[in-house]
Every structure is written in structure tokens, then in C-alpha cells.
Design a protein around this ligand. Structure first.
Ligand code: MRU
Length: 349
């Protein structure tokens, strides 16, 4: 799975595998403008925090391309970048990616529009490559947290599709399998968007990694029956104290894992850590359209006019997390100091 985010530099077009249509159809959506990219992010053509970040990096390049070279190109670019950064609120990788390119621009304020476009294209390509490398590195560290014969439960899709490739939670599983460990995966279906049933199951089945899909509400029973040895999930934003936002339902899984004494791991690149968020309360939680809950497969499943909750994420407190698996190693509790230490050591490099 390495062409789900593909940029054509000749045509200045970003091709995104439309994740809404999986597993039935493999169709790419073409984005030629930053507005196309914003729509693709908001409509979930592409989703998953690191994939959102890499897509946003290409979106910045398209914003630079679309700014033209008239006298106000800088204003138009700034507006494009800020609108892009606000496309979805929870995954911090989005703003992280836009800020990284904006920082490059600040450092080269004298660059004209063609020079800036070339810089942005180069950096976006680098960020895509770095994300795959980070996933592979964190996968290797995380594989040590899994034992031969483990049945690993995961929630949502933190796989190749949710990153530039290889995956975070699924990267850990892939690396363990590559080491020869026999791992079986339980993929929560992940209502309402069904990332687990549609995407995680699709990815793992393609790689011949044994996977079973379970309803979200089967989690307690599966744990009670001894069918789960480890939980590994991804994250959309990790606060400075280790509280971790991930797909709605993750918090329930973490509470159950603690009840049944099952280690609960979060796998994420360092780009998912937001040191500006002191704790989980500072993480904005996206609310998505009601139709995602009221309808399934285009058919209404709730009475008309009944309101719903559709919070897309929840926050798991650091106290429930056995470790945060990053590309620089596994951070162990107390997570706040471990996060501060790893970020400081990155700044020194
Ligand atoms: O709404 P989504 O599908 O973008 O939510 C995705 C998740 O919650 C993932 O678990 C998270 O981004 C980690 S992806 C490696």
C-alpha cells in the first residue's frame, strides 16, 4: 500500500485513494487545488492523523501553485494555508504540517512564487518519506511489546492508509509478524465510519495477517473470555502529559483493558505530540455531521428529527496507557516527563 497518496509533479495533481469506497472499490480522487484538498480531508477521502499531515503538506504546495504570481500572491497563499490548517480540528498533524511549510516560507521570505513552490514540493516529498520511515521505526520498537501468539485488539484504522505507509498501530503488528511472531488481530468495527471493518480488515487481509472484525460492543466480552492479550491503537493528538485523543470508542476500550489487566499501548509518531496542549482537556474534539450516525449504507436507521451525538474522538487519560510507541522508542509512565525528555532530545539533534 504505497500509492494511496501520490503526487504528480508534472500535472501538479494529488491523487488520493478514496477511502470512503473501500473495501469495494479502489478509486482515486484527483486534487488540483488547495480547496480540493480541504474537501478531501473534510469528506474523509483521506483520514488518519499522519496521512492527514502528509496530504496537507501537498495541499500547501497546491496552495502555492494556485496563488499565482500577481502582487497579492502572498496574501492568497496565507489564506489558503490557514483554511487548510483548519480543515479538521483534532489531528494535530494537520497544523503541524502546515506550520512546518509556513516556517520554511518565513525563513525564505524573499523567495518568489515559483521558488517557493519548488521548496514546498521538495519538503512535502520529504515529509511523506519521513512518515514511512517513522512508522517503520516505531513498528520495530513496538514489536517488542507483543509476544508470539498474542491476539491484539485495535480500534479504528491506524494502518498504511492512515499514514504515508506501513501504519502506526498496524505498523507495530506488521513488524512483529515480520519478526516471525504469530499475531492475530481483532479489528473493532468502529462505528459510525467503520474504519476498522472496512479499512483495517482490508489492509490486514491483503497482507495475509489473520484478522477478525468484532462489533465495538463485543470488546468487554472478548476481553472477559481471554481472547485479547494486548491493545494497540493510534492517536490523533497526544497532550504533554500523555493523554491521547483517538477515534471515538478508544476510551471505552482503554477502561476495559485496565479492568481486565490487559496492556493498552498507543503508537504514534512524534509529530502527533502537541506540547502546547497541557492535558487532554485542551484537545479539541471534532463533531461530525449527524448523517454519519443516522444513516448506514445510505439508509436511515433512526427516526427522523431525533438528534444524535457524533463526537469523532475521545481522550484516553495517560494513567490508562502502558506505553506510547514512537519512532524514538517506547515511552513508559510517567508519560509527562518521558514526553518532555524525548522532545528535548529531539531539539538537541
Ligand atoms: O476520523 P479519522 O478516521 O481520521 O480518525 C482516525 C483515527 O482516529 C486514527 O486512529 C488515528 O488518526 C491514528 S492513524 C495512524
Amino acid at each position: 500500500m504505497d500509492d494511496h497518496i501520490r503526487f504528480d509533479p508534472e500535472a501538479l495533481t494529488l491523487h488520493l485513494l478514496d477511502q470512503r469506497l473501500l473495501p469495494d472499490q479502489e478509486v482515486h480522487v484527483s486534487c488540483r487545488t488547495v480547496q480540493d484538498v480541504i474537501a478531501a480531508l473534510q469528506n474523509m477521502v483521506v483520514r488518519g492523523a499522519p496521512a492527514i499531515g502528509v496530504t496537507a503538506a501537498w495541499g500547501c504546495a497546491l496552495a502555492a501553485a494556485g496563488a499565482g504570481n500577481g502582487p497579492d500572491w502572498r496574501d492568497r497563499l496565507e489564506t489558503g494555508l490557514e483554511t487548510l490548517a483548519r480543515a479538521r480540528p483534532t489531528a494535530v498533524n494537520l497544523r503541524w504540517a502546515v506550520d512546518r511549510l509556513r516556517g520554511l516560507w518565513r525563513a525564505r521570505r524573499d523567495a518568489d512564487q515559483p521558488a517557493l513552490l519548488a521548496l514546498f514540493l521538495d519538503e512535502a516529498r520529504r515529509m511523506q518519506e519521513e512518515d514511512v520511515a517513522a512508522c517503520k521505526a516505531l513498528g520495530r520498537f513496538g514489536a517488542d511489546c507483543l509476544q508470539d501468539g498474542d491476539s491484539v485488539l485495535t480500534h479504528c484504522n491506524a494502518g498504511a492508509l492512515a499514514t504515508a505507509g506501513y501504519g502506526t498501530a498496524l505498523g507495530v503488528i506488521r513488524a512483529a509478524v515480520e519478526q516471525g511472531k504469530r499475531i492475530r488481530v481483532i479489528a473493532d468495527e468502529t462505528r459510525p465510519f467503520l474504519q476498522g471493518a472496512r479499512l483495517t480488515a482490508w489492509e490486514l487481509a491483503r497482507d495475509n495477517i489473520p484478522v477478525r472484525v468484532a462489533c465495538d460492543n463485543a470488546c468487554a466480552l472478548l476481553m472477559q473470555k481471554g481472547l485479547v492479550q494486548r491493545v494497540v491503537v493510534g492517536a490523533d493528538r497526544i497532550a504533554a502529559n500523555g493523554d491521547a485523543a483517538n477515534k471515538i470508542g478508544t476510551l471505552g476500550v482503554a477502561i476495559l483493558a485496565r479492568h481486565f489487566g490487559i496492556p493498552f499501548y498507543v503508537a504514534a509518531p512524534l509529530s502527533t505530540i502537541d506540547p502546547a496542549a497541557a492535558n487532554g482537556a485542551a484537545i479539541p474534539i471534532e463533531e461530525r455531521p449527524a448523517g454519519e450516525v443516522t444513516h448506514m449504507g445510505g439508509r436511515r436507521i433512526c427516526p427522523e428529527s431525533v438528534p444524535v451525538y457524533n463526537f469523532a474522538f475521545d481522550v484516553t487519560p495517560a494513567a490508562l496507557i502502558a506505553g506510547i510507541i514512537t519512532e524514538r522508542g517506547v515511552l513508559r509512565p510517567p508519560l509527562g516527563p518521558a514526553i518532555a525528555h524525548i522532545l528535548a532530545s529531539c531539539r538537541e539533534v
